[in-house]
Design a protein around this ligand. Structure first.
Ligand code: SAM
Length: 324
């Protein structure tokens, strides 16, 4: 991750993109103000990981070009994952990894709290710069996941006229959902320090609150990358509040989260899902990724009458639809 962060910091992908065609090491070095030899080492490493690729320039000299992966390292644009990588590689988020054992010990404590003296949400509330980086990071992920989900689950919001995105962060997700389903009135619900600084979005109301206390009323509730931050008991509490907030007859709670496969079902994204489990362990106090059986327990204890799990489409997450 340090090398990928280095590429973002240097602006390698942005420089190649602005050049518009494959660029030589010498031109790239002078554009970026870098020494050619270490820059070559960074690019060689990233080419080995298929992040950049070698391609002849228009003059026939050896040069470097973008790939779909390297475009994710650009600072701007709908494909950028730069903020996500910069957030995960920030000193704030790296420090808890050094205390991962604290979370695992029987009488242990949260790795994040050990490193920073408070949990992630209190820390972001007290540190606006980190909160903004976190929000931008989540927005990168939402831009990737939401279109895949809409494509993979057509008709998900048919019959609903309002939707509350619980823990919706700066509203990027609900903005994409309302754009794709213009009949939806969107509510973006998050902690007050997040909701109050979120920029205005047409068709969306930002509401600050605590999902453990209550969730704003809507036909349906949507909750993405939130429940994995919490233990079963807390998830059941949050889901009960969602269940109270939605319509009894045609309401539903749509959960977007990973499902960890059993050994025999593992696929090429299993590694990423298991990695995510470690990230959640390092950064949250009680969170973890869940297997289908573990999701079944949480949903059953909340009192949902039925649920369906749609496998992911080009994404780490599954779509779990739970009905009252
Ligand atoms: C991992 S982020 C997911 C953000 C967003 N759903 C997404 O996928 O891009 C978890 C979100 O839960 C919010 N959150 C944490 N505790 C909360 C609470 N008690 N009430 C409402 N939101 C909360 C955080 O502020 C954060 O935006």
């Amino acid at each position: 991750m340090a090398v990928v962060k280095c590429a973002i910091d240097l602006g390698i992908a942005d420089a190649i993109e602005s050049h518009g065609s494959p660029i030589t090491l010498s031109d790239l070095s002078s554009t970026l103000g870098c020494a050619p030899s270490p820059l070559y080492g960074i690019i060689r490493f990233l080419m080995h990981r298929r992040i950049f690729k070698e391609k002849l320039t228009t003059q026939g000299s050896p040069g470097y070009a973008q790939t779909p992966l390297s475009r994710r390292l650009m600072r701007q644009g709908e494909h950028s994952m730069a903020a996500f990588i910069l957030m995960e590689s920030s000193p704030v988020m790296l420090a808890p990894w050094l205390s991962l054992s604290a979370r695992v010990l029987a009488n242990g404590t949260s790795s994040f709290e050990k490193a920073h003296g408070e949990d992630l949400w209190s820390y972001t509330a007290a540190n606006p710069d980190h909160s903004q980086l976190f929000n931008e990071a989540m927005a990168c992920d939402a831009r990737l996941v939401v279109p895949a989900m809409i494509q993979g689950c057509p008709g998900l919001f048919d019959g609903n006229s309002s939707l509350a995105d619980v823990g919706g962060d700066n509203g990027t997700t609900i903005k994409l959902l309302v754009k794709a389903c213009p009949w939806l009135q969107g509510i973006n619900f998050d902690l007050p320090h997040v909701a109050t600084v979120a920029v205005e979005i047409s068709g969306v109301e930002h509401v600050g609150g605590d999902m453990f206390e209550s969730v704003l009323k809507a036909d349906a509730a949507f909750i993405m990358w939130v429940l994995h931050d919490w233990a079963d008991k807390e998830c059941i509490q949050i889901l009960k509040k969602c269940k109270e907030a939605i319509l009894e007859d045609k309401g539903k709670v749509i959960i977007i989260d990973a499902v960890i496969q059993e050994q025999e079902e593992m696929d090429k994204l299993t590694d990423a899902r298991l990695m995510l489990d470690m990230v959640i362990m390092a950064h949250t106090t009680t969170g973890n990724e869940r297997t289908l059986k573990e999701w079944g327990f949480v949903l059953g204890e909340t009192g949902f009458s039925r649920y369906t799990v749609k496998p992911p489409t080009r994404a780490l997450q599954s779509v779990i639809e739970a009905c009252p």
